[in-house]
Design a protein around this ligand. Sequence first.
Ligand SMILES: *Cc1c(COP(=O)(O)O)cnc(C)c1O
Length: 385
Amino acid sequence: MTDTNQPSTPRYMLSDVDFDEAEERAVLDVIRSKWLSQGPRTAEFEKRFAAFTGAKFALATSNCTTSLHLAMLAAGVGPGDEVIVPSLSFVATANCVLYVGATPVFAEIESLERPLISPDSVARVMSPKTKAIVPMHYAGYPCDIAGMRAIAPRRPLRIIEDAAHSVGSRVDGRMLGTIGQIGCYSFFANKNLPAGEGGMVTTDDPGLFEDMKLRRSHGMTSLSWDRMKGHAFSYDVVGVGYNFRMPELTAAVGIVQLEKLERHNRERDRVFGEYVKRLIGHPKLTIPFAQEAAPGARHLMPVVLGESVDRKAFMQALREAGIQTSIHYPPIHRFSHYARLAGGTPKPMPLTEAYAARVVTLPFHPALSDSDVATICGEIARALG
Ligand SMILES: *Cc1c(COP(=O)(O)O)cnc(C)c1O
């Protein structure tokens, strides 16, 4: 991390990217090739991503939000259906349900130490209208999908995984995103596999794959790349589709970042270990997941402040020390739009609300050195008094 005189740029950023000549060369190659959208590099990225995750099919998209949208459509979710989602997530996890005219139903987290969607809470809000569940593997940790399946063993519930935080995480030897019917991934600039924007969906089901592939590009039966190569001369439109395609520039960066992913995820393990070593046992904070086995990928470094700590003052003190922090996440069910949808009074969700009111996420990326973490933890101790 370089120092800077600009007071607006923190010395320790929440996230950072590791780009070098490899990404520069990959992007230059695309520009020189003059083929800029969904072509050979996108196909190569999909092939490698499928091999990496072990999924039968991988389909590149414009971002994880459109991935989730495609997944909802392919799963046949529509008006009258309910989809159970965590309230503790990025708003896209719930918005995708609204896109298809269905109703998001919010479930609680397990605990402040395991802020993952709780199977017990899912069981409580499940109804005959429930069509799908969207577990979001917060910070890279696996939600209890087996627990959710056990709730309704005889119902054909769709599990759509929001794996935006967890590319490279495993449970019982399987990659997260490949446990339910469809996995959705993000390559946004601050995610573990950053390509600017971009996303992916994975599935083992050929029917779901074909459905999502058609809808990704206007419902058209052939792509411009195929026509350019002489594989097709015209096309039909067989359903309502969208433009959710990935640019070749994005795919080119994604391929290089996929090669670096395992190394970056190991570095994140190291950074997490350094934070835990220095912060564990502090009387004014707890570290979620500190007792859990390493999942493979970690995306966030959350700490939960004690009830007596003024979070705003804490974050302000860190900001003055050049340390960027954030809140992951303001709970979705309390946003104005979602409160309105709930008739003005959202149902209380005590655990999610307590977590959201007390969590702070700390700088977390592969380039943080052990001494950076030591400095940050020193400032944290000072800010906590
Ligand atoms: C980032 C994120 C998304 C959205 O991803 P985009 O690629 O920016 O559309 C969805 N869900 C979660 C949990 C995320 O963190």
